[in-house]
Write a protein that binds this ligand. Sequence first.
Ligand code: FES
Length: 288
Amino acid sequence: MNVLHNLVERLERLESLDKAALPLRAGIGRAVRPRIVRNLLSGTALGHALHPVLTDLPIGAWSMAALLDTAGPAAGPAADLLVTVGIAAAIPTAAAGLNDWSDTRGPESRVGLAHAAANSTALSLYAVSLVARRSGHRRAGRALALAGFGVLMAGGYLGGYLGYAQGVKVNRTAWRRGPAEWTSVLAETELAEGQHRRVRAGEISVLLVRDAGRIEALDSVCSHMGGPLEEGTVANGCVTCPWHGSTFRLTDGNVVRGPASNPQPSYETRLQDGQIQLRARTPAAGRY
Ligand code: FES
């Protein structure tokens, strides 16, 4: 196993970080409670997480600045501009990242905390670099930016680990497909109006809801982090996940409230010979 991976695994076990994480998580939780803020920072309208999209901006700007810093005095103003652009872009990027981090626990939370600390250090180094550049200390400004770039790469490695090794913000329903053929899952009499329950349909589990005379079916595993939707709250034509409060519309699985950014797979239903049947939606029937 490579050295970096070993180091991050040690970080994952560093329970002492939890003390620092607890109050920070509570504060962020309060700040992102309004639905509009939660949806915006989670990338709900985008259909996937916002944070990885935004990271391209500061990384791209600061990478180009590093290149221009080696290109001689004529490139100085362009490098300064890119350092400024990177600083401005880092602020919404950090806000989206902190929103994602506030839902993590245990090893993911510890790696996320180190990721945030590294990127905050990089941001501070770039801010001081900009001050140095503007006050005529160009050599010091370049050195500070170079140090910031090194720390940024370390932060980037941890960010990659969070997504690709720990699966933070990965759509938990990405590989779940409903049965292609109509499949009986429950006797019709076992689901009264207003009731909901979890059933199996081939390889997957499904949340069935009888709501306003219709039978709706959504995948029971929350797309955000895998929460059990059958333990959630059903109200106003939506189900709310018990883990972090993502709310999905029953008719089509669309996200009404984040932190989920991926819609919940929804399935077609029908009544046949006293049985509730379901199948994956065909393209003609709409999104699945
Ligand atoms: S697991 Fe996070 S909202 Fe469902």
